[in-house]
Design a protein around this ligand. Sequence first.
Ligand SMILES: Cc1ncc(COP(=O)(O)O)c(C=O)c1O
Length: 385
Amino acid sequence: MVKAQNAQTGGRGTMPLIPAAKIQFLPEDRAWIAERIAEVLATGQLTLGKYGTQFEEDFARFCGVRHAVAVNSGTSALEIILRAMGIEGKDVVLPTNTFFATAAAVVHAGGRPVLAEMDPESFSIRPEDLDKVLTAKTAGIVVVHIGGIVSHRIRDLREFCRKNGLWLVEDAAHAHGSSYGGVKAGAFGIAGSFSFYPTKVMTSAEGGMIVTSDDRIAAEARIYRDQGKASFTQNAHVRMGYNWRMSEPHAIIGLRHLERLPSMISDRQRIAKIYDLGIKEFRNLRTLDVLPGGECNYYKYIAVPKELKDRKALKAALRERYGVSLSGEVYEEPLHRQPVFAQYVTGALPVSEDYCARHICLPVFAGMTDEEAHRVLAALQETIG
Ligand SMILES: Cc1ncc(COP(=O)(O)O)c(C=O)c1O
């Protein structure tokens, strides 16, 4: 293993910083994008045009579903699905260790978020924890593929929903291209939502996508995203929609990044393999293994120290002494501890509290070098290994 040279010098000297994440648009991709943005600027076809349609078709094919509907964020993608499912006055179960937007979308669509405990093996949810939180009003479950991991229990979750007369929706904001048993994220439930926010594995600058093989949900999504209009050319407003459209420049960026997605994912997987092998030798750090049948895009590389007294101090030491930036956690604070969701809290969720406080996310991005990954391992070994 590479030794972190800076340990001898007590500082990182001229060692370049390894960022937590980095965006990759190759020069030829930037040129491709610029050419097409110039085209739509010239024609004035700036929204709901041919590039949006192409992006939708390609993304649906990539996920193995019948429909994809492009929108302006991952948050609106999820809210639209939930509106199409009709959740007013109903309960929707979701993990407490997720991003604000998963629960906020439920609230905005008129439902009540019910927060469930997480599974330490996958950072997702488990049927045995869901049993405890079902109510007579439960309409469905939102599973979140945290860090890009599709849980090895995903089929059990689907079966749990079927038995209980519930629907399953996937918040796949982290999981472009991840799969389990050959089925892609977004294709397990009745519908799935993706985010193309710039930190994600692929981006359209801002943007989101609804994927589904359900014709009704796809048709509803097209109505909702465009001010609830019955169709593009009709001014009959039949749903309480909003302006959730994706512009053509965003679609152009997304379309190109989608083409690059397989190579960007394989870069991330190469780095993850180096981390997996290195961390196996550590005493205090465990990897979050992707179990047989699973394929992970490594939006995050999650590792769990057996003991971690002060994550902020560790992050500061890694940055200042070793030039290594850890990435943001998934998540630092579970939703049941967020002030805005206080009214929905029904009890303690100790496993999530423990894991949210104790895990770390290593740097991983397309274009990261093997040497950088070994430098991260060496720095970790000297700090918490
Ligand atoms: C789990 C999860 N859900 C939803 C979202 C919302 O996506 P967006 O930022 O595109 O609205 C995010 C984005 O960060 C997310 O991480």
